[in-house]
Design a protein around this ligand. Sequence first.
Ligand SMILES: Nc1ncnc2c1ncn2[C@@H]1O[C@H](COP(=O)(O)OP(=O)(O)O)[C@@H](O)[C@H]1O
Ligand SMILES: [Mg+2]
Length: 310
Amino acid sequence: MKKIGILFGMEDCFQWALIDRINSMKLKDIVAEPVQTGAVTMNKGTGYTVILDRISHDIPFYKGYLKNEVICGTQVINDPFWSIADDKFFECAMATKLGVAVPRSVLLPHNEHPIDTTSKSMRNLVFPLPWDEIFSYIGFPAYMKQHYGGGWKHVHKLESPEELFHVYNQTGRHLMMLQESIEFDSYYRCYCVNREHVLVMPYEPRNEHARRYQADHAPLSKALNDRIVKDTLTLNRALGYDLNTSEFAVRDGIPIAIDFMNWAPDCDKHSVGEENFNWVLEKVATMLVDRAQKPRPHVPFAPWQQMLLK
Ligand SMILES: Nc1ncnc2c1ncn2[C@@H]1O[C@H](COP(=O)(O)OP(=O)(O)O)[C@@H](O)[C@H]1O
Ligand SMILES: [Mg+2]
């Protein structure tokens, strides 16, 4: 019997629906269940053919567990190695090379020295930073946010240099990036499953959390929809994510990718709505079963390098 395991944290909707959906297919050699693990023994798997990871970004122990599972031949979605190596600033640089529009972005040094370092450890760093140059490249308003973050934590919209310094001086050891603010007409969030299925969902980040999927946008033109789908596929194929969301702010008819590092995207029926939920449930259930039946070899690095060489 092949087992599909789901590894999850506080969410309490998607994983149970997924387990029920897969088990309701009544496949004679496949069963889905919550992952169970204790302390991890090297090179000893825990018996899953496929694991869907929804939480290791918050629990370092699970990252270690999942990397050991990969060594043991388990198909882990998403790749636990690549999700550690990835970050939002790198993703922006990669996206521009692949022809996907992103906000102009700059990576800033930590405002405070990392633990156990002093200014001597950082002698390679230009000080003070060329702020005038940075401001003329990025402009205002601007966004300051973590280069490896999520959940809208430490995301700030800044209107002036004074505000920027005030916020930057409170960022401590967080690694921040500064980004042109995209003043958008409409905004879309896209599920991408198995690097092939895309669902474009109207989204309104200016609404309160519970109403963000109730956007009031005019219908999408075919050309814009096609471009968003194409850009979503390009990003997810390059980054090698099998379950992810990408967000686009549309300014003057151009979709600009804002956040596409969401490897455990919100799949709760109560926030995304029933229709979107049913779509992602079906696509992920099918992908997990397919991966259990036809395992793929682990690709050690996300495919972006090969795509850039083409
Ligand atoms: N450059 C930007 N231009 C316009 N809006 C932005 C920009 N960066 C972030 N935002 C807004 O802030 C929200 C949170 O930022 P995001 O990059 O998605 O961080 P997180 O990873 O924490 O979700 C986005 O959904 C978007 O509404
Ligand atoms: Mg986001």
